[in-house]
Design a protein around this ligand. Structure first.
Ligand SMILES: C[S@@+](CC[C@H](N)C(=O)[O-])C[C@H]1O[C@@H](n2cnc3c(N)ncnc32)[C@H](O)[C@@H]1O
Length: 198
C-alpha cells in the first residue's frame, strides 16, 4: 500500500468513526511519563489527539503529527474543546526529518508501517529526541497476530522487543517488554519500549 492509499484509508476511517480510540490516553504512555517534569513533547501518528491532548493537559508543550488531514482536523477541534493548546500538522512520517528540531519526549503509539519504513520512521523519531530526552513506543506485538483483537494482520507491520532494541540501540533502554491490554475482544498483546537518549 503506498502512502497516498494509506492516507485515504485513514481519512475514511476517521470520517466514519469520530472517536476511534476514545478520549482517554493510552495507559502505557501515562505510566511511561509519570516521573517526568513536563517539557516539550512530540506525538507522532497522533490520530485524533487523545495522547497529545492529555500531555498538554499535564503541562507539556505538545506537537502532534499525523498522515491523515482528517485526523489532524479532528484532533485540533478536540484540543480546542479540551481547552488546551497543541500544534497539530499533517505530516507523512515515512519522508519526515526533524531537521534539527528536538523534543524532550517523543511518542509513537500504534504507528505501524512495513518493516523497511518502520526503520526509517524510528530513525527520524530518534533524531527528534533531545539529549537526555525520552522516546516511548507502544505498538501491537507480533504475538498479537491471530488473537482476534485490533491491529495489523500482516506480520511485516508488527513489532517485537528485538526490533525495538535494534531501532533504538543508541539509547539507554529502560523498558522493552510485551504487555497485555484488555479489549472488548479479549486481551491484546502490545509491546512497550521506553528509552532515553544519551
Ligand atoms: C492506530 S492509529 C493511533 C493513533 C494514536 N497514536 C493513538 O494512539 O490514539 C495510527 C495512526 O498512525 C497514523 N499514521 C500511519 N502511517 C503514518 C505515516 N506514514 N505518517 C504519519 N502518520 C501515520 C495514522 O494516520 C493513524 O492516525
Amino acid at each position: 500500500m503506498n502512502e497516498e492509499t494509506m492516507q485515504s484509508m485513514w481519512d475514511d476511517r476517521y470520517r466514519e468513526q469520530t472517536a476511534m480510540w476514545g478520549s482517554e490516553p493510552n495507559r502505557f504512555l501515562v505510566e511511561a511519563v509519570a516521573d517526568l517534569t513536563p517539557g516539550t513533547a512530540l506525538d507522532l501518528g497522533c490520530g485524533q489527539g487523545r495522547n497529545a491532548i492529555w500531555l498538554a493537559g499535564h503541562g507539556f508543550t505538545v506537537t502532534g503529527f499525523d498522515l491523515s488531514p482528517v485526523a489532524v482536523e479532528q484532533a485540533t477541534a478536540a484540543a480546542v474543546a479540551a481547552g488546551v493548546d497543541v500544534e497539530f500538522a499533517a505530516v507523512d512520517l515515512t519522508t519526515w526529518d526533524p531537521d534539527g528540531r528536538e523534543w524532550d519526549l517523543v511518542v509513537l503509539a500504534y504507528v505501524h508501517v512495513p518493516e523497511v519504513m518502520r526503520r526509517a520512521v524510528h530513525a527520524a523519531a530518534a533524531r527528534a529526541v533531545a539529549p537526555g530526552g525520552r522516546i516511548v513506543v507502544i505498538a501491537h506485538h507480533l504475538d498479537n497476530l491471530g488473537r482476534g483483537t485490533t491491529g495489523p494482520s500482516n506480520p511485516d507491520w508488527l513489532f517485537t522487543e528485538d526490533q525495538l532494541a535494534r531501532d533504538f540501540a543508541e539509547f539507554d533502554i529502560v523498558r522493552n517488554e510485551q504487555v497485555l491490554r484488555p479489549t472488548e475482544h479479549g486481551d491484546a498483546l502490545d509491546v512497550v519500549c521506553v528509552a532515553v537518549r544519551r
